[in-house]
Design a protein around this ligand. Sequence first.
Ligand code: HEM
Length: 148
Amino acid sequence: MYKLIVMLHLLGASIWVGGHLILSLGILPSALRARDPAPILAFEQRFEKIGIPALIVQILSGLWLAHYWVPQHAQWVRFETPQATLIAVKLGLLALTAVLGLHARLALIPRLTAAMLPQLAMHIVAVTLLAVGFVIAGSGIRLGGLAW
Ligand code: HEM
């Protein structure tokens, strides 16, 4: 079971992180240059159909894996072992991702104009950096920490 959940977690990570890197590095720069939000909105509309299910898979498989590594849930936020510390970091990254995602979806995207593009761009770059942060923190759990 553990191996299957790790595989699902890695598959979901590929979709979530890969999609955001394509958006940040492949689509955002030209949209900013052209001051045109349309390509971003078109990508988001297509991506969210697999991106949101992938994020849900990440959360469910991530909580399962967190329980596998640190079965006492109270220790998830006590920073006592490298695994518990990195689980707390991942929960923090998840909270920030949720806040930024909800703000973009509820406050920015419904009334998006070319003038608001830089603000949306900052959101996209921030969510992409958080996604990369998930990968870095996640790899440290099995490696016993991130210290070299
Ligand atoms: C988009 C969100 C996420 C991404 C991209 C992500 C990515 C990753 C990656 C790449 C690994 C390394 C797996 C390995 O060592 O083979 C990992 C491991 C892990 N992640 Fe996540 N993760 C996400 C969300 C979460 C959440 C919400 C939790 C819950 C706290 C979580 C908990 C874990 C745990 C416990 C591991 C260690 C798995 C193991 O190696 O046994 N992850 N994650």
